[in-house]
Design a protein around this ligand. Structure first.
Ligand SMILES: NC(=O)C1=CN([C@@H]2O[C@H](COP(=O)(O)OP(=O)(O)OC[C@H]3O[C@@H](n4cnc5c(N)ncnc54)[C@H](OP(=O)(O)O)[C@@H]3O)[C@@H](O)[C@H]2O)[C@@H](O)CC1
Ligand SMILES: Nc1ncnc2c1ncn2[C@@H]1O[C@H](COP(=O)(O)OP(=O)(O)O)[C@@H](O)[C@H]1O
Ligand SMILES: [K+]
Length: 504
């Protein structure tokens, strides 16, 4: 698939890949404890990943390093054969190579066994060979790791260093793949725009575009995956013309039984810079909200002041519906909001209300399930399989099924749009794993929507702000922040984002 896809460009690309990987090892090797004299053993597979290995060996030999190539299988592609031909050193078949314990301890093995073309299970002999070394570097991906999802076949040998080719791959950012890649460095690959499609075709894993990297116009739309960061989206700056309405009105449906979630959502909206936050709640349950936050407006629902009444105010176009709501509270509000064509963030209770029936969510602007909520809503065997093995595609499928942007939350959150764009967010903190931080996030999504950002950009920005606030709160609270502490950091997070997005 490689040769067909990238055509004549490939020899140049493979040359750049191998040369770049060699340079990376020479630069970064010492800091990974790989002495100058450490022997390098390249384990070359049968495909073009192996081809990269032969090119890398040639460049290492030119740099006078002690390099040996062990072959796990004769090259099968024209490109790899040519790379093998150009390697003037010895090639030792895996079956007859006996590494000694010193080599295992002092040397480094370069994993050029499989890259983007891996599928199925790792053959045990080469996998064991890789595992025998203390130091390991991967070309493109550690063998056995799916470049798109980060899913790992049994027996993957974790590496300290991975050379990415041109751009990062989703599988290098997503767990478990991220955990076995070690330090990932993209070696520069200059390629004319038309070969980006070739890269896209040749690598089953999509190609990540760093938000600030200019991409040739011809490549727009080809690059589906993005690494979430300011610059991929732009939060509006403050202007002298601002007023509380231009900064966006966020309305939350407040729960009568569980009021804390709604209040955290309000806090998230207000702290992330919305102009006005309001909560609609049954009058008999309003007191806790009234006492909660002086700056939020409490709309008490009574037989004469219904949700419909509140919706006569057209300025209230963005709503958060779900945190702390029971199914009956969802039933009484979510369909009403959709019927009134409002922009709705569907979270928590609304997701549970749609368990097994994703079509009930159609009409929402953004849905924000964590893995448990996702499994309850999208509970077909296929979707459950994707959730386990391929979270980018799971989120993408959920977005297509509901027509809403899907934020699949986790330690690395995935933000997928119905049009196929997927952002991977690694800017977060383990400290966020505390009850209520998802409620805070729903309010931040509300703020970004209310100020006029398109749904996918709004969700990406909100997830980044939430992650930044999580990092800051975690630092301040010794690693153990409350959801309230996370909310308290959102203003500073927004300030940082608007600074960074300028630099983008
Ligand atoms: N795209 C570009 O522009 C660039 C791409 N570059 C490089 O190309 C790499 C992709 O090359 P690739 O497609 O040849 O795949 P690769 O991973 O080498 O292996 C495929 C071979 O392995 C075999 N095989 C697979 N699974 C197996 C298993 N479980 N057990 C046993 N065998 C298994 C498979 O056999 P088959 O499935 O065909 O029967 C096939 O023979 C990419 O990772 C990057 O390093 C760079 O040069 C930079 C520019
Ligand atoms: N280990 C982690 N690292 C980074 N972020 C995390 C981690 N665990 C959870 N999160 C984030 O914290 C939030 C948790 O949301 P959720 O589970 O809905 O909490 P709750 O429902 O209690 O409000 C999500 O945004 C998720 O991405
Ligand atoms: K590899």
């Amino acid at each position: 698939m490689m040769d067909k896809a990238a055509g004549a460009l490939l020899p140049a690309l493979m040359e750049q890949a191998g040369a770049g990987a060699a340079r990376l090892l020479l630069e970064r090797g010492p800091e990974l404890g790989l002495g100058e004299q450490a022997r390098v053993v390249v384990l070359a597979g049968p495909g073009n990943n192996g081809g990269d290995g032969y090119v890398m060996a040639r460049h290492l030999a030119t740099a006078r390093r002690d390099v040996t190539v062990v072959s796990a299988g004769e090259p099968r592609t024209e490109l790899a054969k040519a790379a093998r031909q150009a390697w003037s050193g010895a090639v030792i078949p895996l079956a007859s190579f006996q590494p000694d314990s010193l080599l295992h301890a002092e040397g480094i093995v370069v994993d050029a066994l499989f890259g983007a073309g891996f599928k199925g299970d790792l053959p045990s002999a080469p996998a064991a060979f890789l595992q025998g070394f203390k130091h390991r570097m991967a070309l493109d991906m550690p063998s056995g790791v799916d470049g798109l999802s980060g899913d790992c076949a049994p027996g993957v040998a974790p590496c300290q260093l991975t050379a990415a080719f041109g751009r990062l791959r989703p599988g290098q950012l997503l767990l478990p793949g991220k955990a076995v890649c070690g330090v990932v460095k993209a070696v520069p690959m200059t390629m004319p725009p038309e070969s980006i499609q070739a890269m896209e075709d040749a690598f089953p894993a999509a190609i990540l575009r760093t938000p600030t990297e200019p991409v040739p116009a011809e490549a727009e739309g080809l690059l589906r995956f993005f690494h979430n960061a300011p610059g991929l989206w732009r939060l509006p700056l403050q202007t002298p013309l601002d007023n509380k309405y231009t900064r966006g009105v966020v309305s939350v449906i407040g729960g009568g039984v569980m009021s804390g979630a709604g209040r955290l959502s309000l806090m998230g909206a207000r702290r992330s810079g919305c102009g006005l936050a309001r909560v609609a709640v049954q009058a008999q349950s309003a007191m806790i909200y009234i006492l909660g936050a002086a700056g939020a407006i409490i709309d008490e629902l009574t037989p004469s002041v219904t949700l419909q009444t509140l919706l006569e105010d057209k300025r209230r176009h963005t709503w958060v519906c779900g945190p702390g709501l029971t199914s009956s509270e969802v039933m009484a509000s979510f369909p009403v909001l959709l019927a009134a064509k409002r922009q709705v963030v569907a979270d928590a209770g609304t997701l549970d209300w749609a368990a097994g029936a994703p079509e009930k969510l159609r009409g929402a602007a953004v849905i924000t399930p964590h893995a448990g909520e996702f499994a309850r809503v999208f509970n077909t065997p296929r979707m459950l399989g994707l959730l386990k093995r391929n979270r980018p595609l799971a989120a993408l499928e959920a977005a297509r099924l509901t027509g809403a942007v899907c934020v699949l939350k986790g330690s690395d959150s995935v933000v997928a749009a119905p049009d196929g764009r997927v952002a991977i967010n690694t800017h977060a903190s383990d400290g966020l794993a505390t009850a209520g931080s998802g409620d805070v996030l729903s309010g931040v999504v509300g703020t970004c929507l209310a100020v006029g950002m398109a749904p996918w950009e709004a969700a990406c920005a909100a997830v980044w702000l939430h992650g930044q606030a999580g990092q800051a709160a975690s630092a301040r609270e010794g690693g153990w922040p409350l959801a309230e502490d996370v909310a308290a950091e959102l203003g500073r997070a927004r300030g940082l984002a608007t600074t960074l997005q300028q630099a983008g």
